[in-house]
Ligand binder design. Structure first.
Ligand SMILES: [Zn+2]
Length: 258
């Protein structure tokens, strides 16, 4: 996939990076990324993926902008209150980068629709606000063998990981969170969250989605980044694959004959 003169200039700071170069930029142009949730994590993730020149962006969010979102959801302005987040996200991406083909989907993701939504994407970035959706996205990503970039925040803590659980030595999301479908999700509304922290985790999620498309540096799949904003401490730990007990990737590994 070739780049026009305007694209070469737009992406010059990427292209000059030896680890990305023209080849990596062309891979970004050829890539399609699904972003689940245009909220505190999704906002910067969408902005950076659009700015980076990801060729196709699909943004799924069934929510409308509320005044209390504006403390952290930087895609939206005060005048957007009451409007659909997916539609505004599309407008903002189109304004930022006309080379991106962007589609907004105003739908709530569940187990019935996630496969169709996710198919034909190269990466999925999950910044949604509830555990049931996260599980549905993670299971479908594993099934379809699509790398999952998962970012989450609560109060002053952030988490980020990339999952490719179909690989023999890489964990899936359920290796990390377990198999309990009834696990309670606690929302930002209940416990609060520092806005700038959601921005940082969303930016890191975009970085990992870009790495998944145009690899640079180390492979980060199977590592978990933990951010503690109270102490400004960043830790990265290895997530083990729970091949024996994990009902998601344990079986998947067997199916693949590994
Ligand atoms: Zn697993």
């Amino acid at each position: 996939m070739s780049l026009s003169d305007a694209e070469l200039e737009r992406y010059a700071r990427h292209i000059v990076l030896r680890e990305i170069g023209g080849g990596g930029q062309a891979r970004l142009k050829a890539a399609s990324v699904l972003v689940v949730g245009a909220g505190g994590i999704g906002s910067p993730a969408i902005q950076y993926l659009a700015a980076a020149g990801v060729g196709r962006l699909t943004i799924v969010d069934d929510d409308r902008v509320d005044l209390s979102n504006l403390q952290r959801q930087t895609l939206f302005a005060t005048a957007d209150i009451g409007r659909a987040k997916a539609a505004i996200a599309v407008e903002r991406v189109e304004a930022l980068n006309p080379h991106v083909h962007v589609v907004g989907i105003e739908q709530r993701i569940d187990r019935n629709n996630i496969h169709n939504l996710l198919e034909a994407h190269d990466v999925v970035l999950d910044g949604c606000d509830n555990f049931a959706t996260r599980l549905a996205v993670a299971d479908a990503a594993l099934d379809l063998r699509i790398p999952l970039v998962s970012a989450a925040v609560a109060q002053f803590e952030g988490q980020l990981a990339v999952y490719r659980g179909w690989e023999a030595d890489k964990p899936c999301y359920r290796c990390f969170v377990g198999n309990d479908p009834e696990r309670e999700g606690i929302s930002c509304a209940e416990q609060g969250v520092l806005g700038a922290l959601t921005g940082m985790m969303g930016s890191l999620a975009a970085l990992e989605a870009i790495r998944a498309v145009a690899p640079f540096g180390e492979d980060t799949a199977g590592k978990l980044l933990l951010v503690d904003a109270l102490t400004l401490r960043f830790r990265t730990i290895a997530l083990p694959k729970d091949a024996g007990a994990c009902m998601a990737c344990g079986e998947s590994t067997k199916k693949a004959g590994r």
